[in-house]
Design a protein around this ligand. Structure first.
Ligand code: HEM
Length: 497
């Protein structure tokens, strides 16, 4: 089914107007692959245009041009055409959430949500909840090991981190536990994971759902049908958990009790968003917050495994700054610049999303070209992340490059913007960082749990959204990551291929 790379290239325009033939919708999918951006940049330069079916896209792979575009944003930037998401919501009478909303509607929701989760101090209150999930993750690792023939090996660590991320983000969003890390995962949670898997495994199909013209649906019904089915599952799950919380709040109020809680409680009590908007935002945030986080955690452990000397330094930093037995909280993370640098460097090398989108809201001149209002832009941060102009020895894992004070604290390094930038950037960034930092600290510092040997076997990285990361990854390798304290009592991550 897939088109070859040269197919894609042969379907591109360059900005000087050299016209190739019009491609089919499959091509946009391929264009979003990380390496495609790089190859296109090599071939066409730092700014080039392409066609995806009827859609016209201008790709920008230059740090300063990306900065120029993002700095020129208005008050309600548009990321991409979300017609198919909107259509599903209209069909089912659902509201839009942050990802799918536009204009004033988006602005209203963003201004409510940003007050609660956009700053490190806002999410710090969730540290203890996240630590409970980490403690379950560690227990789960032991259970899985004990079930293996060798009593030591845990297979499919990606799946384990997926469950951890889902449990962690749900603890924050729904203020409840889902049971993802239990031996018997509750049926509701299993169904949700299936809906999520459907969304991702059918990702290509569901993307086609948006790209295939409506009149073709009777002939090719599957993509749109699957698209609706997976959204139904995702909305249903969120609704159950939001309604549970609503009932709990109501019963507290009925008994004259004071109502306290986190994000969801605030949203339900303050009524700044309608109930439908709350369902939609919880659904979209959970969708956006699981595999992104788990995937990054997998890559971070992989990179630490590949670089034992860095792992050793991370471990020493933790022991020196936090002591041996302390379970870290959010306020401990700033004391550990190296662990923060590890995450930044992981996201530079494996940024989950290879690029970001913006629809221009006014005419712009970028790189000497006039880009008319309403043009879809692809901002290729994977390419800029690997550019030697922006990062020396760009292919190498060098967390220390982020350690210079001016680097770690800079938000305007447009060479690597894995969470996007500006008013429409990732609203879950601080949640993701909290979950990853705290989990990494405990995984590297795991000798406090005093287990003799732990193997985590990683068969192949990609699952779910790994659709985006197939290139430049050890996709075809069998990688075994071991967490081991055999000789030194320090747990180490090894790779055995
Ligand atoms: C490592 C983890 C994550 C990465 C790399 C990531 C990356 C991104 C990126 C690149 C964007 C687009 C930003 C832009 O257009 O400028 C985005 C948007 C978004 N992300 Fe994340 N994300 C992560 C985790 C999360 C989590 C944990 C949540 C929810 C709890 C979340 C919720 C969202 C939402 C709702 C949006 C849309 C924001 C809007 O349009 O206003 N993300 N994310």
């Amino acid at each position: 089914m897939f088109f070859t790379f040269s197919d894609i290239l042969s379907n591109l325009f360059d900005l000087k107007g050299c016209v190739f033939k019009c491609p089919t919708s499959f091509h946009l999918l391929r264009i979003w692959f990380h390496s495609c951006f790089q190859k296109h940049t090599q071939e066409y330069g730092k700014i080039f245009k392409s066609h995806f079916g009827p859609q016209f896209v201008v790709s920008i792979a230059d740090r300063d041009m990306v900065a120029q575009v993002l700095r020129a944003e208005g008050r309600a930037p548009q990321r991409a055409n979300m017609e198919s998401w909107q259509e599903y919501r209209d069909l089912r009478g659902r509201a839009t959430g942050l990802i799918s909303a536009e204009g004033e509607q988006w602005l209203k929701m963003r201004s409510v949500l940003r007050q609660k989760i956009l700053k490190p101090k806002d999410v710090a209150v969730y540290s203890e909840g996240v630590n409970e999930v980490i403690s379950d993750l560690i227990k789960r690792i032991h259970t899985l090991r004990s079930q293996e023939d060798d009593g030591e090996t845990v297979t499919n660590v990606n799946n384990l981190f997926f469950k951890y991320s889902m449990e962690g983000v749900a603890t924050i969003l729904y203020e409840c536990r889902l049971g993802c890390l239990e031996n018997n995962v509750p049926q509701q949670t299993v169904e949700y994971i299936e809906a999520l898997e459907l969304m991702f495994s059918m990702f290509k199909t569901t993307m086609y759902a948006g790209a295939i013209p409506k009149w073709l649906r009777p002939l090719i019904p599957k993509p749109w049908r699957e698209f609706c089915r997976s959204w139904d599952g995702l909305f249903k799950f969120s609704q159950i958990h939001v309604d549970n919380k609503l009932k709990a709040i109501q019963s507290q109020l009925d008994q004259g009790e004071e109502v306290n809680g986190g994000l969801l409680t605030y949203l339900l009590v303050s009524k700044e968003l309608t109930l439908e908007e709350i369902y939609a935002n919880m659904t979209e945030m959970l969708l956006a917050g699981v595999d992104t986080t788990s995937f990054t955690l997998s890559w971070a452990t992989y990179l630490l495994a590949k670089h034992p000397e860095i792992q050793q330094r991370v471990h020493e930093e933790i022991v020196n700054k936090l002591g041996k037995d302390q379970v870290p909280l959010a306020h401990d993370v700033p004391k550990l610049p190296l662990i923060r640098a590890v995450l930044k460097e992981t996201l530079r090398l494996y940024p989950v999303l290879p690029g970001n989108g913006r629809v221009t809201q006014k005419d712009l001149i970028v790189g000497g070209y006039l880009i008319p209002k309403g043009t879809q832009l692809a901002l290729c941060h994977y390419t800029t992340s690997y550019s030697e102009e922006n990062f020396s020895m760009a292919n190498e894992f060098r967390p220390e490059r982020w350690l210079r004070k001016d680097n770690l604290d800079r938000v305007d390094n447009f060479g690597s913007i894995p969470f996007g930038y500006g008013i429409r950037s990732c609203i879950g960034k601080r949640i993701a960082e909290l979950e990853i930092h705290l989990a990494l600290i405990q995984l590297v510092h795991i000798d406090i749990y005093c287990f003799p040997l732990l193997h985590i076997i990683k068969k192949a990285f990609p699952t779910a959204a790994t659709f985006f990361v197939i290139y430049k990854t050890p996709f075809n390798l069998n990688i075994e990551i071991r967490l081991c304290n055999q000789t030194s009592k320090i747990w180490k991550l090894f790779i055995v291929t």
